[in-house]
Ligand binder design. Structure first.
Ligand SMILES: Nc1nc2c(c(=O)[nH]1)N[C@H]1C(S)=C(S)[C@@H](COP(=O)(O)O)O[C@H]1N2
Ligand SMILES: [Mo]
Length: 230
């Protein structure tokens, strides 16, 4: 009984978010762009697999700010706060007990490399949002890492189904240098929008700029428009 009620509430919260953001999502470039720039066969979202100016690599370069924080699982926390009805701090066990999603997606770095068809497992940002319930006025999120990193995102981008807080890649725990224990991935946007070593998601009622955005990177970061810098 208790569980049924819980499930009903989760579904209700999800449906509410969906109806609030469905129209906005349909208008975002990764869905609405009818002249996406790029080459190669179409990807799973109908976009050219290789966005304009990108080169495919099979290696996986590491990009960071010169620091790779080491976070033991028993110390790991994820804070979700700001403009939400139910702010939360999750432990590792609580995070892993949430619904888990697997997905294949591409990774496009603004420094021009793309790594295609990566297999991830983690928790959808959308599912976390359904738990905390963004307030009516929430429009953006800021994601923070255990390093000094931050990245801002429009909510209608963050709520897309392949935006994950990933803990597993290619069936293995996410390596520390790639942001383990947990990082965000944003396959429809340049990869800097996905914070490695993520430890906080702040819902915001107005846009603010993240680490690279303050330094001239694009607010929107859409790979099929060569939307790298502002
Ligand atoms: N916390 C944190 N997240 C980060 C970064 C960073 O320096 N710190 N770099 C970003 C950039 S520019 C890219 S391209 C990707 C790189 O991920 P990778 O090192 O796993 O390839 O992470 C993004 N997320
Ligand atoms: Mo990057």
């Amino acid at each position: 009984m208790e569980n049924e009620g819980k499930k009903e509430r989760v579904i209700e919260a999800r449906m509410k978010l969906k109806s609030r953001f469905e129209e906005k999502m349909k208008l975002t470039p990764s869905i609405a762009d009818n002249k996406p720039l790029g080459s190669g066969p179409l990807n799973r979202h109908g976009m050219p697999a290789i966005p304009v100016g990108q080169v495919v690599t099979t290696k996986w370069p590491v990009l960071d700010l010169g620091e790779q924080p080491e976070v033991p699982l028993q110390d790991w926390r994820l804070t979700i706060d700001g403009a939400v009805e139910n702010p939360l701090v999750l432990t590792w066990e609580e995070f892993m007990a949430l619904p888990q999603t697997t997905g294949t997606s591409d990774f496009h770095c603004v420094t021009t490399w793309s790594k295609l068809n990566m297999n991830w497992k983690g928790v959808r940002l959308m599912d976390l949002a359904a738990l905390v319930q963004p307030k009516e006025q929430a429009t953006h999120i800021m994601c923070y890492g255990y390093d000094d990193y931050s990245a801002n995102l429009l909510l209608e981008e963050a709520l897309k189904p392949d935006v994950l807080l990933a803990h597993t890649v290619e069936g293995m725990p996410l390596p520390e240098e790639h942001g383990g224990p947990v990082r965000m991935i944003t396959p429809q946007l340049y990869a800097w929008k996905g914070a490695k070593w993520i430890n906080r998601i702040e819902f915001m009622t107005a846009n603010r700029l993240g680490f690279w955005e303050k330094r001239g990177y694009s607010n929107t970061a859409y790979p099929w428009r060569n939307d790298r810098y502002s």
